[in-house]
Each structure stands twice: as structure tokens, then as C-alpha cells.
Ligand binder design. Structure first.
Ligand code: FAD
Length: 369
């Protein structure tokens, strides 16, 4: 058993208290492990950097969501530039308060016994897995879990780095007409990403994402879309808040390594688990965080296979969807790069369309629209 000795500050150190880190901390602490979780933000979930949509399809493992739900979603409406909008029924989900959701996960971790420390920035990870904080302190544990998001310093320490990213910008605006769908805007102007309008009661999240080298289009594209929606009477002109952030879109990274005698595990965005096409990563963060916490417990209790089992479980759960999304995203980027992208390319690259899911469909350029 690799439990706490006097040389260690805890059994498990968790970097980041987003959904992945908070769930990892809770899972390890529930089994009686001593957990220290470190978060650079001063408050759980704040500021919100999220469009706050959780599809029903992936929500089963997230626990009771009613208390954090702000509105139900029934359908998806996709706008391919120059085409008429298509409504896909039976695309249900919830718009949540991400602040309330993250806060609840942290409360669960604290309730399970984790020592959750806010306003604490990790400055560096040493070669032996020791965690150097920006206030000069150093902490050490036999297990280090990286739940520290897309630009994870824990991942960097073990050479697992998200290289493909989407950059985003999002406004929250008043919603003037009730809406029950997530609206998706696909455009040549948004390579590697899309724009969205997600209704959340009397407000809506209006955002867009693109590959980093195209990020300069974000502001103008969103302003124009906002103006159009104001002209249609759907949203108000006032901008209530701005946010943004990076989303990893290159697919899953290898999830563990040893740094000296420290077992290092990655979960959530740190492990590249956000969907490369939709950008959705809340559910995969929570699920992988729970598995990382359980694997840490196994490792500490002497189960030599626990890290390999963790990697295999992540592969089994996430790789099929992530690999498809990586393929579809590359295909669409290729078509956009050639300057010959058609509506058929966009359809094949977006989850609302049958073509996205159909492996038999082969696009014949020039004959595809
Ligand atoms: C604009 C935008 C919209 C999105 N919309 C959706 C959506 O609608 N639905 C969906 O499912 N997903 C969405 N996502 C993706 C989703 O937000 C992420 O996949 C999810 O938050 C990943 O959770 P995580 O815990 O892995 O990482 P994070 O939520 O990023 O949490 C990581 C935590 O680590 C902390 N941290 C990082 N570095 C350090 C350090 N050095 N020291 C201490 N703490 C550190 C951070 O402050 C952060 O709190 C969106 C993302 C963006 C940017």
C-alpha cells in the first residue's frame, strides 16, 4: 500500500477544480484518501467559460441536474450558410448554470473530505512530481491528477500536450423570444469551428469558435450575427457579459505516466476529451475525473494494473466518438482549405446530419451538393 508517509502532504494532489478535478477529488476522498485539490480561481466555476449545454445523451452519469437546469432543450437548428435552416427534432438536453454545476461538484468533493484550496496557482511540476505553487510552497503526493484544463501544466510535465485547439468568444445577451433549440451556424468564415445561440431562459449564450490562426474573425463575425438576431427580434442589443477560452480538438491524449515515483493521471480537457466537432466536454470531464479518482485509489492500495486499466477504460468509453469527430473535422478543414467546401461537406462534418454518422457515405467532389 502506497499510503501517506511523513514525506507526503497528501495521498492525492488534484490540479484544477473544474468538473474533472472536482469529481476526481471527490472519488478519491470518498474512499478515505487524503486529497488536496488546488484551483487558481477564487470561486468554483467563476468566471464561467462555457455555453452551458449538456445533451441528454451524455447526461446520465452527471447525477441530478434539475437544481442547476435553467431551461430544457428539445431540438437542434442548423444554419449552413446560404442554405435554409434545418431543425433536427429529438436532440434533447439542458441548459445549465455552469457556475452552480461546478460549485455543486466542489461541494461534493469537500463533503467527501477533500481539502479544496482556491486562489492557489500551480507554477510548475518538478521532475519527481512535486507541485510547486506560485506562493513558493511545494507539495508532494504519491499520485498527482491533472484536471487543470486544456493548457494543463500537469499534462505538459508528462509530455501530453493538447496541440490542436479552437479559440472561442461568447456574449451573453437578452433572449426576447422563447426558444427550445440549440442553434448552430456553420460557415466558411469559421474554419474548424462554428457559431452558436443557446437559449437559457431569458438570456442566451451567443458564441463562436475557430482555429487559432483565424481568431481575428471572431469579433466581427459575432457582432454581425448579433446584429442579425437583434434585427430579427430574437435577442436584445445589450451585451450582458463576455467570455471565451480554448477547447482542445485534437482527440484523446495518453492518460498517465510516472514522474519519479509519482503516478500522474490526466482527466477532462487536460486529457483532450472535449469533442473536437461540438466542443462539448462537461460530461467527459466528470466521467473521466471519477475514473481518475478511482484509479488513484487502486494505485494507492497496491493495484499495479490500475493505471493501465484507467487508460483502457478511457479508450473504450471515449475513443469511438472522439476518433470520428477528429476525422470529420479534418475532412471539413481539408474541404475548406481547398476552397471547394459545399453544403455536403458541412453536413458530413456536423452531428445533426445522418452523413456525419454514416461511414459508407463517400463525398464525390463536384457532385456532392
Ligand atoms: C466558450 C466555451 C463554451 C463551451 N461550451 C460547452 C458546452 O456548452 N457544453 C459542454 O459540454 N462543454 C462546453 N465547453 C467545454 C467545457 O467547458 C470543458 O470541456 C470542460 O470545462 C472541461 O472541464 P475540465 O474540468 O477538464 O477543465 P476546466 O473546466 O477548464 O477546469 C480546469 C480548472 O483548472 C484550473 N487551473 C488551470 N491551470 C491551473 C494552475 N496552473 N493552477 C491551478 N489551477 C489551474 C482552471 O482555473 C480551471 O478551473 C465549452 C468551452 C468553452 C471555452
Amino acid at each position: 500500500m502506497r499510503g501517506v508517509s511523513e514525506n507526503f502532504d497528501a495521498d492525492v494532489i488534484v490540479a484544477g477544480l473544474g468538473p474533472a478535478g472536482a469529481r476526481a477529488a471527490a472519488a478519491a476522498a470518498k474512499e478515505g484518501k487524503r486529497v488536496i485539490a488546488l484551483e487558481r480561481k477564487r470561486r468554483a466555476g467563476m468566471p464561467v467559460q462555457c455555453a452551458e449545454f449538456i445533451p441528454t445523451m451524455v447526461s446520465q452519469e452527471l447525477g441530478e441536474l434539475d437544481a442547476v437546469t435553467r431551461q430544457r432543450i428539445n431540438a437542434m437548428e442548423t444554419f449552413i450558410e446560404g442554405e435554409t435552416c434545418e431543425r433536427t427534432e429529438n436532440f434533447p438536453g439542458r441548459m445549465i448554470s455552469r457556475e452552480a454545476f461546478d460549485r455543486r461538484l466542489v461541494e461534493d468533493a469537500i463533503h467527501a473530505g477533500s481539502d479544496c484550496r482556491f486562489g492557489v496557482k500551480i507554477a510548475a511540476i518538478a521532475e519527481d512530481g512535486a507541485v510547486h505553487l506560485s506562493d513558493g510552497q511545494t507539495l508532494k503526493a504519491p499520485v498527482l491528477i491533472g484536471g487543470d484544463g486544456p493548457r494543463s501544466c500537469v499534462g505538459a510535465a508528462i509530455g501530453a500536450v493538447n496541440t490542436d485547439m479552437v479559440e472561442t468568444r461568447q456574449l451573453t445577451v437578452p433572449l426576447l423570444r422563447a426558444h427550445d433549440a440549440t442553434d448552430i451556424f456553420l460557415s466558411e468564415q469559421l474554419p474548424g469551428g462554428y457559431a452558436w445561440l443557446f437559449p437559457r431562459g431569458d438570456v442566451a449564450n451567443l458564441g463562436a469558435g475557430v482555429i487559432p490562426c483565424a481568431r481575428t474573425v471572431l469579433k466581427d463575425y459575432l457582432n454581425e450575427l448579433h446584429e442579425d438576431l437583434v434585427a430579427q427580434g430574437r435577442v436584445g442589443a445589450e451585451v450582458l457579459s463576455y467570455t471565451g477560452g480554448a477547447i482542445p480538438v485534437g482527440g484523446r491524449l495518453f492518460s498517465y505516466a510516472m514522474l519519479g515515483d509519482t503516478a500522474v493521471l490526466l482527466c477532462g480537457d487536460a486529457c483532450g476529451l472535449a469533442n473536437p466537432v461540438t466542443g462539448g466536454g462537461i460530461a467527459s470531464a466528470v466521467i473521466s475525473g471519477g475514473l481518475a479518482g478511482e484509479a488513484a485509489v487502486g494505485w494507492l492500495d497496491g493495484d499495479e494494473d490500475s493505471l493501465d486499466d484507467f487508460e483502457s477504460e478511457l479508450a473504450a468509453i471515449f475513443d469511438p466518438a472522439l476518433n470520428r469527430a477528429v476525422r470529420r473535422r479534418c475532412e471539413l478543414l481539408g474541404a475548406l482549405g481547398s476552397g471547394e467546401a459545399t453544403a455536403a461537406d458541412f453536413r458530413r462534418g456536423w452531428i445533426a446530419y445522418e452523413e456525419y454518422w454514416n461511414d459508407e457515405t463517400t463525398l464525390v467532389r463536384g457532385n456532392a451538393a
